[in-house]
Design a protein around this ligand. Sequence first.
Ligand SMILES: Cc1ncc(COP(=O)(O)O)c(C=O)c1O
Length: 404
Amino acid sequence: MALTSHGSIPVAERLSRFSYAIRNVVLEAKRVEAQGRTVRYLNIGDPIAFGFQTPPHLIEAVERAMRDGHNGYGPSAGSADARDAVAQEFTSRGFPVSPDRAFITAGTSEAIELCLTALVNEGQDVLVPLPTYPLYTAVLAKLGARARFYRTDPHRGWSPDLDHLRSLITPATRVLVVIDPNNPTGASYSTATRRGLLELAEEHGLVLLADEVYGDLGYAGPVPSIGSLDPDAALITFSSLSKAYLAPGWRTGWMGVGRSPRLNDVVAAIGKLADGRLCSSVPMEHAVTAALRGDRSHQLAFRAALQERASVTAASLNAIPGVSCVEPIAGFYAMPKISLPPGATDQDYVLALLRATGVLCVYGSGFGMPASDGYLRVVFLAAPALLREIFTLMAEFTRGYLGT
Ligand SMILES: Cc1ncc(COP(=O)(O)O)c(C=O)c1O
């Protein structure tokens, strides 16, 4: 075989704009592990990694589907049964969705990608919260579109700053992304804030993408869909089996497109894109039906476990000099702030913490925050006793780091 003298194969330029901090930090963690230190992975929101269990009736539904021969391709938008279940779910939460506007996807992640691909041209703008969930910026980078970050305010429970949001809207703006309950802040928004978001979207002709993947994980109970405040809004809502149904590895989610006729072309576009990837995982669609029509009692226990961990997390972090943390009210993430010395970055702190203690968090700049602000994201799914141990390590390290 002839050997050519060409150099290594260049990758596409768009890759230089694509980054996903939550997994990037693992590289350094593996190095630390190779040196014999135990690493505490507080970087990734996977309840299974912390001992939570997928509900058995979902596993049985998938097993049965495979045994019953549901192993071929299915309709690209999802089976009629699963689409019915999704439509019924959103409708019962106050946002009417008809089955022909429900889609089954490879997680919320694919729903996000399908929607943004269907809606945004190169050079157009999408409003995303700051801090953000980094998949949005990563997908927008692939599409050649632009993320415009609207601030959320830790002094008001990480609520969106609607005036800042309004100031970012231009004729190039197409979409407003709302993540409520929120990753990475653990916030959920007031009705007044939600109305403000809906009104801004309506006033400027934007599509509102409502990422509601943590909707069942409000500690006070399931959080209503933002769409329930305006069933006619140009709104698309997403969720999945990953968080509230404890099956993130199954890569199964869904979306519901609202009944607004302004979204008719968008439904057709999403359907066209869905055709191109053939279908979602057919056996897992049976779990969607089982999840949405079946017993949800596991969520009660899960919410209680999360609430306990949230309060341990906020109390432990707020007790460290130079650290402040807004107590989460939903989900399993917190976003503490470290008062960094001048010149230090959040990444410096996260890497030093990892090397000294084996505790792995994600730096806030991975979620779009300025690196000198000193934010980091903590996943608090570990058992309370282990969390206390981890925060003791973090406290000792931080006292030394900040010289407090
Ligand atoms: C806000 C948010 N959206 C979407 C996702 C992706 O979830 P899925 O596993 O359903 O693709 C996550 C995962 O952490 C998330 O936090």
